[in-house]
Design a protein around this ligand. Structure first.
Ligand code: 5GP
Length: 199
């Protein structure tokens, strides 16, 4: 078994939650601590709104896995979890508008209080499709929480109940969001250097 030295440990502790900028990142738009603070606020709001009820959190893969995991640990209402995967950008940086369900829910949501957790709402086309699809399954309630949105890009109006941050119309990575499957594990949200797209 590998020996963990004090130095390794210190580096890990310092690395977590601190905005040590990855070399490929141009600018940190939302620092790690700001994200955690906002998630604590939103969780307190959700706890109040759903008091006495059990919430089914539905994460939209892959991007929402980080926000879902952090939120889940701030929330105190009883929770169950399920995930959906839908096709979105692939490795390009523009939405196609074509939505395909790659993985459906395991749980029947009829009569359930469902809270959909998203990483980012851009044009809104993905969520618009998902909402119509989920509404048809007759949940008791259906609300949306998203960490990020790009208000200037909205092509359809999405009723977002819990909202983290608005970002400008730039491609962002980190905190679940990828570029060609990289950078999802960064604890902050930022933009990529120009060279990264060209390489
Ligand atoms: P929409 O259908 O709202 O245009 O796009 C939603 C999906 O597009 C998101 O769930 C996400 O996967 C992807 N997306 C939109 N904007 C960005 C962005 O700035 N960065 C990354 N990494 N993905 C994005």
């Amino acid at each position: 078994m590998a020996r963990v030295t004090c130095r390794d440990h210190r580096q890990r502790v310092r690395g977590f939650g601190v905005d040590r900028k990855h070399d490929d990142i141009e600018q940190v738009l939302i620092p790690a601590e700001a994200i955690q603070q906002r998630l604590r606020e939103l969780s307190a709001e959700i706890d109040r709104d759903y008091a006495g009820r059990k919430v089914l959190l539905v994460g939209v893969l892959k991007g929402a896995f980080i926000v879902m995991a952090d939120m889940a640990r701030y929330l105190t209402v009883p929770l169950e979890f399920d995930f959906m995967a839908v096709s979105s950008y692939g490795s390009a940086t523009q939405t196609s508008g074509v939505v395909r369900i790659l993985k459906d829910l395991d749980i029947d949501i009829a009569g359930r209080d469902v809270l959909v957790v998203e990483d980012i709402v851009d044009s809104g086309l993905t969520l618009n499709y998902l909402l119509r699809n989920l509404r048809a399954r007759q949940p008791a309630s259906l609300e949306i929480m998203t960490l990020l949105s790009k208000p200037d890009q909205a092509r359809v109006e999405i009723p977002i109940r819990y909202h983290g941050f608005a970002v400008p119309n730039v491609f962002v990575v980190g905190y679940g969001l990828d570029y060609a499957e990289n950078y999802r594990n960064l604890p902050y949200v930022g933009t990529l250097r120009e060279e990264v797209y060209r390489s």
